[in-house]
Design a protein around this ligand. Structure first.
Ligand code: C2E
Ligand code: MG
Ligand code: MG
Length: 469
């Protein structure tokens, strides 16, 4: 027993403590048992880290001490980005392996006195006592994220894990739990603004949480109340900057708050399912607009239209039929329409997605992968799906002016895209320097503020319609 503290109750049946021998007493067994059980009660089985209960206990003690001494304590709330995709695409055993590996990486990046816990799922927390304040806590968070830079070898596959971190620092709160909740709110902000990043808690974030609830319910009638509109951003051939297509981007003018950015409300609409009717409206409206625009541009090559599609739309069994109906209704040739999907779609129900995408392809509609490079999928993984265009995320475009490494990264992506037979589009081109570099790298398509911001149809269409060649 002493050697094997992790035994189970059933093992105990064979142990017959003999008081006369005096080696193991019933009291010893019970003490050992309770030690083993309490270890189990306070630790996460998968990673061996402290669990939520132990973390909160340590946090309460640290908070009480810091209230006496004024010592700073910090809490980091860490959530893996797109962990669900790993579970869904590679299976739960791989997900477990990843969590255990991430736990080890984090553990190696902390000081002896820090407490690292797995709170559940893909959520981790760190308690830094005598933390040296916010700056030191952010530095610790950075160190932990850096620890994830190196890919992790799972059985049969390498993946790069990323995470978002929220930081909160005390004393200054009444309850220890507030520090954890504040760090959680900050993490949520970090994830929403940009994954793989760190945010420090600010008091305004509470209203954020309440806001989201309100926004969710306001979204319900937004379409019927006419609060939604589309703007369009040109997609250009980089060679001569001619416009070849328009990407439809959704806008919501909230009656009380004014414009709400799509990065804020689209995820909410995905959660509530409101994105399905909204997306259907976007598709019909955008195809209608561009079909009409093309008919007015006599003697000019017709423009394409790109429409963003959210995962719940693709999962809707009526989706493919509704695309066909829209195209017929507005008389837009199918090959003028490109549907933009994010990588997340591809790692959910893989077989089902392939089937849906193939049905879309049979209509003649094109498929683009949006924001490529921000998820887990490698270009070779994409080969399983019938894809036409890779839209390289603007974080890669932003870097190409910075140095040789960033340029090499973009060059690598473009070469691979080309050799796999996809068309490449660089997102977020803002400077002439970026345009120049992309041209040298032979990137065929681009989009960005350098050419045009997203514009209301009246404005953009007047210009495009008037430009008769
Ligand atoms: P996205 O599909 O990647 O759209 C491109 C976003 O990048 C747009 O933001 C656009 O305004 C912005 N952008 C374009 N050029 C530049 C540039 O040069 N620099 C910078 N910094 N940004 C640039 P927007 O309109 O705020 O849309 C954000 C995201 O919201 C979209 O990203 C898309 O994922 C989602 N979204 C927008 N409309 C819809 C929609 O109708 N349905 C769905 N499901 N999602 C949508
Ligand atoms: Mg898009
Ligand atoms: Mg994009």
């Amino acid at each position: 027993l002493a050697r094997e503290p992790e035994h189970r109750y059933d093992d105990l049946v064979v142990v017959f403590p003999d008081a006369a021998v005096g080696i193991v007493t019933v009291a010893d067994i019970l003490a050992e048992l309770s030690r083993a059980n309490s270890h189990r009660a306070l630790h996460d089985e998968l990673t061996g880290l402290a669990n939520r209960a132990l973390f909160l206990d340590r946090l309460r003690h640290a908070h009480a001490r810091s209230a006496r001494t004024g010592a700073q304590i910090s809490v980091l709330f860490i959530d893996l980005d797109d962990f669900k995709s790993v579970n869904d695409s590679l299976g739960h055993p791989a997900g477990d392996e990843l969590l255990a590996a991430v736990a080890q990486r984090f553990d190696a990046g902390l000081r002896g006195g820090d407490t690292l816990a797995r709170l559940g799922g893909d959520e981790f927390a760190v308690l830094c006592e005598e933390s040296g304040g916010e700056r030191a806590a952010v530095a610790t968070a950075r160190r932990l994220l850096d620890r994830l830079a190196e890919p992790i070898a799972l059985t049969g596959r390498r993946v790069t894990a990323r995470a978002s971190v929220g930081v909160s620092t005390g004393p200054g709160v009444d309850l220890a739990e507030e520090l954890l909740r504040n760090a959680d709110l900050a993490m949520y902000r970090a994830k929403r603004l940009q994954k793989d990043s760190i945010a420090v808690y600010e008091p305004g974030m509470h209203t954020g949480a309440v806001d989201r609830l309100e926004l969710k319910s306001d979204l319900d009638g937004a379409l019927d109340r006419g609060e939604l509109a589309l703007v369009y951003q040109p997609i250009v051939a980089l060679r001569d900057e001619s416009v070849v297509a328009l990407e439809a981007l959704l806008r919501w003018r909230h009656p009380a708050r004014g414009p709400v950015p799509p990065a804020e409300f689209v995820p909410l609409a995905e959660q509530t399912g409101a994105i399905v009717p909204i997306g259907r409206w976007v598709l019909a409206t955008a195809c209608g607009h561009v079909s009409k625009l093309n008919r007015s541009r006599v003697g000019q090559p017709p423009l394409g239209v790109n429409v963003n599609v959210a995962p719940p739309q693709l999962a809707d069994p009526h989706f493919v039929a509704s695309v066909a109906t829209v195209l017929a209704e507005v008389e837009l040739p199918a090959d003028r329409l490109t549907l933009e999907l994010t990588e997340q779609v591809l790692v959910r129900d893989v077989e089902g997605t392939i089937e849906t995408l193939e049905a879309i392809k049979r209509l003649g509609v094109r498929i683009a992968i949006d924001d490529f490079g921000t998820g887990f999928s490698s270009l070779s993984y994409l080969r399983r799906f019938p894809i036409d265009v890779i839209k390289v995320d603007r974080s890669f475009t932003a870097g190409i002016g910075d140095g040789a490494d960033e340029r090499d990264m973009m060059s690598g992506i473009l070469n691979l895209t080309d050799s796999l037979g996809y068309e490449a589009l660089a997102e977020g081109i803002e400077t002439g320097e970026q345009l120049g570099a992309l041209r040298e790298l032979c990137c065929p398509l681009g989009q960005g503020f350098l050419f045009d911001k997203p514009l209301p149809p009246t404005e953009l269409f007047a210009r495009l319609g008037a430009a008769r060649g």
